[in-house]
Design a protein around this ligand. Structure first.
Ligand SMILES: NC(=O)c1ccc[n+]([C@@H]2O[C@H](COP(=O)([O-])OP(=O)(O)OC[C@H]3O[C@@H](n4cnc5c(N)ncnc54)[C@H](OP(=O)(O)O)[C@@H]3O)[C@@H](O)[C@H]2O)c1
Length: 283
């Protein structure tokens, strides 16, 4: 059981959920250390922490194509520096990976699949995984399509539904959303139960879906008329705009984390709960 947790990226979607779900968390935000200079981490005193949780990342996947140095610093170099620090202090390192490390040709991804990233974001995150897992006491949670407290796809759809828009939404990328409450509970479970260190897939469970199907469900829950959302494909959606190539398939095999005794909710249940909460908050 962790006694003192240092949390990087405390104000991101996953960082906020970690702060809610785990006790004894010390947030180490951008005002304390700007990770675009990874070596500035050397100026932070990590000696009092038995666990370091790294929720910080460069997550603007399209902009990363134009800012590869920034993406590399935060996604690839920072995990290596943190792994060194954790090695020296004896801390457990918790890090987060992404479905974007894959080319998306396999319909379901296991932890043993060889990464083949299609984008700057994906390749910098892949290097970060290798660096983080260089420390023997690392839990690296590979997640996808994250929905929590922050800007995300479901909040965008709720805003469009409220504004009575009728958006086209891509229907040719397949996966499952990951709600941050589930991700934070998975972190808590791993830190308490201490199964073997390494990489774990973590997303909501249930049938694989598409962004179009999620959007349709959100519009429905928000009371928008049927047919408000129309399906489109990724090529049409981006048109001439520069963008990162996304994997077609992002669905994870969840058997490794399930075997440790941790169950993830069906995404459809999580989505209803999330949207109802957002609507109560006036979304
Ligand atoms: N979002 C997704 O759909 C998704 C999918 C798969 C995997 N993941 C992975 O899950 C993890 C958490 O993602 P998230 O969705 O919670 O990300 P997020 O909401 O974008 O949060 C990223 C965090 O990183 C911090 N950060 C970025 N640049 C920084 C810098 N230069 N110095 C200090 N802090 C900096 C941000 O700080 P500020 O708050 O100050 O900006 C923020 O707290 C990441 O490893 C991400 O790659 C995310």
């Amino acid at each position: 059981m962790p006694k003192a947790i240092a949390l990087l990226g405390p104000n991101g979607q996953v960082g906020r959920a970690i702060q809610e779900a785990l006790p004894n968390v010390t947030p180490i935000g951008r005002e304390i250390v700007d990770l675009s200079n990874p070596l500035s981490l050397r100026g932070v005193d990590f000696s009092g922490f038995d666990t370091i949780v790294n929720c910080a990342a460069y997550t603007k996947v399209d902009l990363a194509e134009e800012e590869p140095d920034s993406a590399r610093a935060i996604n690839a170099t920072v995990p290596g520096v943190l792994a060194d620090i954790a090695e020296r202090t004896g801390a457990v390192l918790v890090h987060f990976s992404t479905d974007y490390v894959f080319d998306g040709t396999k319909e379901v991804h296991t932890e043993t699949e060889r990464p083949n990233p299609l984008s700057v974001y994906g390749s910098t995150k892949h290097i970060g995984d290798v660096m983080a897992l260089g420390h023997e006491r690392t839990y690296d949670l590979r997640t996808s399509w994250v929905i929590g407290d922050g800007s995300n796809f479901v909040r965008t759809m709720l805003r469009l539904a409220r504004d009575k828009k009728q958006p086209p939404v891509v229907n040719d990328q397949f996966g499952r959303p990951s709600f941050t409450t589930g991700i934070a509970h998975a972190v808590s479970h791993l830190l308490h139960e201490r199964p073997e260190f390494g990489l774990y897939n973590v997303s909501s469970a249930g049938e694989r879906t598409t962004w179009f199907e999620i959007a349709s469900r959100v519009f429905d829950l928000a009371g928008a008329p049927a047919g408000s959302v129309t399906p489109t494909d990724t090529v049409t959606h981006f048109g001439d705009r520069a963008h990162a190539t996304r994997p077609v398939h992002s669905t994870f095999d969840l058997s490794k984390i399930s075997a440790t005794g941790f169950g993830l909710n069906d995404w459809e249940i999580d989505l209803v709960e999330y949207v109802e909460h957002e609507l109560r908050q006036g979304a």
